[in-house]
Design a protein around this ligand. Structure first.
Ligand SMILES: [Ca+2]
Length: 159
């Protein structure tokens, strides 16, 4: 075994910390590959779910320990892919358009709040009807045993 004691100890610590980080990152990439989203996109989705509909790019960047401008770029790309929608007025991230049960499948079982102020999310596999035609499904959308969206949207949310 080669002796690395000449190496800067801070650097050695940095390497030791990054090895498990890289292993976790690779495992996460593998987990996400069926859904076609990156680990960073998944992180953003979970942060938005945690913060709720008040999430702003600045707030998300604080959670991610990233520069606000790089988070803004990331969010713009995610918006183009239909993963998030920005509120044109004050730039809040308002609705997730949750495509193909993405978060459904990834929801780890915590009790999550899926609706806010009488509006929920769009679920591509929601089969309910909207008799009063207000854009909100009449029946709740059951996400899994722990999660329910009381006000599923009938259409993907568009500004
Ligand atoms: Ca309705």
């Amino acid at each position: 075994m080669k002796n690395y004691s000449f190496v800067d100890q801070d650097y050695e610590l940095w390497v030791l910390l990054h090895q498990p980080r890289d292993a976790v990152f690779k495992a996460r990439e593998k987990e996400l590959s069926p859904y076609g989203i990156s680990t960073m996109q998944a992180a953003v989705l979970f942060i938005i779910l945690a913060i709720g509909n008040e999430a702003t790019p600045t707030e998300i960047s604080r959670w991610l320990l990233r520069e606000p401008h790089s988070v803004s770029n990331l969010l713009s790309r995610m918006e183009k892919e239909g993963l998030v929608t920005k509120d044109g007025k004050d730039n809040r991230i308002v609705h997730n358009s949750l495509i193909e049960n993405l978060v459904n499948a990834m929801d780890a079982g915590e009790e999550n709040i899926w609706d806010y102020g009488g509006q929920g999310n769009y679920w591509s596999d929601y089969k309910g009807s909207d008799k009063d035609d207000d854009g909100i499904g009449d029946a709740p959308y059951r996400i899994d045993k722990n999660g329910i969206d009381k006000y599923p949207l009938m259409e993907p949310y568009l500004r």
